[in-house]
Design a protein around this ligand. Structure first.
Ligand code: C5P
Length: 248
């Protein structure tokens, strides 16, 4: 039975949700002259799509974006309205995970973030994220003990290639999902997971946040994402991202 709260009872504040966008990569696979997060897709730089989506979302308290110390593009991209909802952290590392870890440390220095507050880590190179997908993730993970991520069940038949691009074997796809972002974990848990991966020299081996959580023996929840939330890695991916963004 629910009892009315007595005035002396104290409740922990509801956890808040922060977005953290690692955007310190150089995007070598795109073959473009500028880092891929600054390439224009559907009328604006990819990073701007993600920033606008988070900044406009009422359930996201603030967005932090990690760029490299020498980044010469971010100031131009941040409008005065965006600057009120987003903070730039010039603490990018050599790998995505180092950029995330540095970002987690720096975001706490400037804002009061609780251990149980949620952090949604999102790749700058996924411009197709929208409010509906953020809501789906937030709703699915409300009260979850571990956290989780957007992901898509694998539908293709998977082949393992040998050195000469010949198929060695077919990998059973049952139970396989392709990870997307945002990946959403409690601040303290995510920081501990990445710290431990780093201390064990395994930070370079992991390509997403959920794998650091898995190394602690925990099982992140898989929440169905969408093809529109693809990661732009190769030049042809930009055209597909544009198709989804223009069709919305
Ligand atoms: O290169 P990849 O597509 O895997 O990068 C995923 C995300 O991680 C991108 O948003 C990229 O800018 C970011 N990243 C980073 N620091 C690095 C490498 C990548 O913030 N050193």
């Amino acid at each position: 039975m629910n009892r009315p709260a007595s005035p002396s009872q104290s409740f922990a504040a509801a956890p808040r949700r922060f977005a953290l966008i690692p955007a310190a990569g150089v995007g070598a696979r795109m073959g473009a002259g500028i880092p891929k997060q600054y390439m224009t897709v559907a009328g604006k730089p990819m990073l701007r799509h993600a920033l606008d989506t988070f900044a406009a979302h009422a359930r996201i308290a603030r967005t932090f974006v990690v760029v490299s110390a020498g980044d010469g593009w971010i100031d131009e991209l941040l409008t005065p309205e965006l600057a009120r909802r987003a903070t730039v952290l010039r603490v990018g590392g050599d790998t995505r995970q180092e950029s995330v870890l540095n970002g987690l440390a720096a975001m706490r220095a400037g804002a009061s973030i609780g251990d149980d507050d949620w952090v949604l880590v999102h790749d700058a190179a996924r411009p197709g994220l929208n409010a509906e997908l953020i809501d789906r993730l937030l709703d699915a993970l409300e009260g979850d003990a571990v956290g989780g991520l957007l992901a898509l069940p694998v539908v293709d038949t998977l082949k393992r290639a040998g050195g000469d691009a010949r198929s060695l074997e077919t990998v059973p796809r049952a139970g396989l999902w392709a990870a997307q972002t945002p990946q959403m974990f409690r601040y303290a848990l995510l920081r501990r997971a990445l710290d431990e991966a780093s201390a064990r020299g395994r930070i370079g081996a992991i390509t997403d946040d959920a794998s650091a959580i898995e190394m602690l023996g925990l099982q992140p929840r898989l929440v169905e994402g969408s093809p529109r939330n693809l990661k732009v890695t190769l030049a042809q991916d930009a055209a597909l991202a544009e198709f989804f963004l223009k069709g919305q």
